[in-house]
Design a protein around this ligand. Sequence first.
Ligand SMILES: [Zn+2]
Length: 143
Amino acid sequence: MQANVGRPTQIEFVVSRTLRRLHLRFRRRTRPVASLRCTPDFVLRTQRACVFIDGCFWHGCPKHFTLPKANAEWWAEKIEANRERDRRQGRELAERSWAVVRIWEHEVDLRSETLTPPALRRVEAVAGRSPGARGPRASASGS
Ligand SMILES: [Zn+2]
């Protein structure tokens, strides 16, 4: 684990840079829904979207996850519990009309400070969301 110290912040830096470049405003680690115990890495209230960065190990990346040889059973349960929590949070947010974008750690290129094209497309897809457009201002013109 020691080797990974520092890397998550670099990854978050690249993602936040990408969001800014797309003119997306976000808040860090705040609950999008007060009643849900869920704090995504980035919360985009205007777009009603959450962005999670998933570590390849902790979230069981299909490409990179390998079970440690020591305590394999314990790790398998631990990672599966993480994955189950990810799925549950995704469901709970979707039920409340929140879009969820998950970015794998391996989709962030630290050298070029960019996301891979598929990850970028997922972020761009929510950039166009504007659930707030039909707000009080639109209905006020009626009277
Ligand atoms: Zn991966």
